[in-house]
Design a binder for this molecule. Structure first.
Ligand code: NAD
Ligand code: TYD
Length: 379
């Protein structure tokens, strides 16, 4: 039995990850540390917290006294650091918060793990480490910057971040590698492309578009919609992380991506068409529409769910043009491959949102509306 400290698991990927672990592995006990910012929602993982195999603590990864006390109480074997400020648009508004959470928070976790796990020193003065411990950092392909029409990010692509978000994730990665090189800390890093799937906060492209369609609102596409992202179903990412934690080589970076490049405008058009199709084939889904115009057949109409909802808005500052991952290393070394193709994953995702509107209402009940009015006022 190993004990994992999983930070940020009330957010999108971390929540999917602990659900994946609890379903597929019996040899793991999980302690979650999450600050429950606007992006974290305890309800998302409420059913997973049983205080036996899965325990929850609210707190900041930057709070050294708290993190030290958790290490003392639970004797963690593995740390998986998902906790972060994760939205590029918010990082343009408030870069400092990203520096504090993503850089200082990560460095705090590294130091707490070092204090708890070092057992002594070798002849050269390097720390020696408790057997079987591992620090895993969940990073992003955005650290590599932006691609033109050709090529892929490999693990050797130079780091060249552009947004305050990606600059903060890059700095965190550099600290993780510095702790490996300087202290021989057993670390690994995964750099993944854009995830999609259940529990994705509706500020990111796909869940925002779904939400706006159901409300009959305009669908904001930045610039001309030609930017490309490489989409991966979230459970495939979770599987990759667990493979790297268990079998990945210490001190290594693994890129994770599914060869699923799509332009933003294609994603938006596909989402519109899929919602229209699902509501045609299964009219009972129309009950989740917030814009209700009754038709002569006694059902809410859906003819207005079409491309005319799209509105091109002012581009994001410093908007990266294209991300695309070369996942050869994780495929060849660890046998990872993405199981969910985009065509299947996007339908699963949209159906999840249609069936879980209560979750959307719960996570957007805070100052979400106020934030959006401010965000889009300038566009
Ligand atoms: P998210 O914004 O949905 O969730 C982040 C979680 O971290 C929330 O539960 C939040 O409450 C928590 N958190 C924030 N600050 C904290 C702090 N100081 N202390 C403790 N908890 C804190 O993010 P996500 O999309 O699930 O991303 C998770 C990780 O994966 C991030 O590190 C992100 O950079 C990385 N990543 C995301 C994607 C993607 O497509 N979403 C792709 C690649 C990598
Ligand atoms: P996002 O989901 O914010 O992820 P990231 O910026 O980390 O890739 O955005 C995905 C793409 O969609 C990105 O190119 C910006 C674009 N986008 C829009 O066009 N409209 C929107 O409302 C949002 C949120 C994003």
């Amino acid at each position: 039995m190993k004990t994992y400290l999983v930070t940020g698991a009330a957010g999108f990927i971390g929540a999917n990850y602990i659900k994946y672990l609890l379903k597929n592995y019996e040899d793991v006990k999980i302690v979650v540390l999450d600050l429950l910012t606007y992006a974290g929602n305890l309800g998302t993982i409420a059913k997973d917290i049983d205080n036996d195999r899965c325990i929850f603590h609210r707190g900041d990864i930057g709070d050294r006294a708290l993190v030290d006390s958790l290490f003392a109480e639970y004797k963690f074997d593995v740390v998986i650091n998902f906790a972060a400020e994760s939205h590029v648009d918010r990082s343009i508004e408030n870069p400092q918060l990203f520096l504090e959470t993503n850089i200082l928070g990560t460095q705090n976790m590294l130091d707490a793990a070092r204090k708890a796990w070092v057992t002594g020193r070798d002849e050269q003065g390097y720390p020696t480490w408790r057997d079987g411990v591992r620090y895993h950092q969940v990073s992003t392909d955005e650290v590599y910057g932006s691609l033109g029409a050709e090529g892929y990010f490999t693990e050797d692509t130079p780091l060249c971040p552009h947004s305050p978000y990606s600059a903060s994730k890059t700095s965190a990665d550099l600290f993780v590698m510095a702790y490996h090189d300087t202290f021989h800390m057993p670390v690994t890093i995964t750099r993944c492309s854009n995830n999609y799937g259940p529990y994705h906060f509706p500020e990111k492209l796909i869940p925002l578009i779904i939400k706006n369609i159901l409300e009959g609102k305009k669908l904001p596409v930045y610039g001309d919609g030609s930017n490309v992202r490489d989409w991966l179903y979230v459970e495939d990412h979770c599987k990759a992380i667990e493979m790297v934690v268990r079998k990945g080589r210490v001190g290594q970076v693994y890129n994770v991506g599914g060869h699923n490049e799509k332009t933003n405008i294609d994603i938006v058009r596909l989402t519109i068409a899929t919602i229209h199709r699902l509501m045609t084939e299964q009219p009972e889904y129309r009950k989740v529409l917030k814009k209700v115009v009754m038709g002569e057949d006694g059902l809410p109409t859906i003819d207005w769910i079409n491309d005319e909802l799209i509105t091109f808005v002012k581009d994001r500052l410093g908007h990266d043009q294209r991300y695309a991952i070369d996942p050869t290393k994780i495929k060849e070394e660890l046998g990872w491959y993405p199981e969910t193709c985009f065509e299947v994953g996007i339908v699963k995702t949209i159906e999840w949102y249609l069936n879980n509107q209560a979750w959307v209402e719960e996570v957007t009940s805070g100052d979400y509306q106020h934030y959006y009015e401010r965000m889009y006022a300038g566009r």
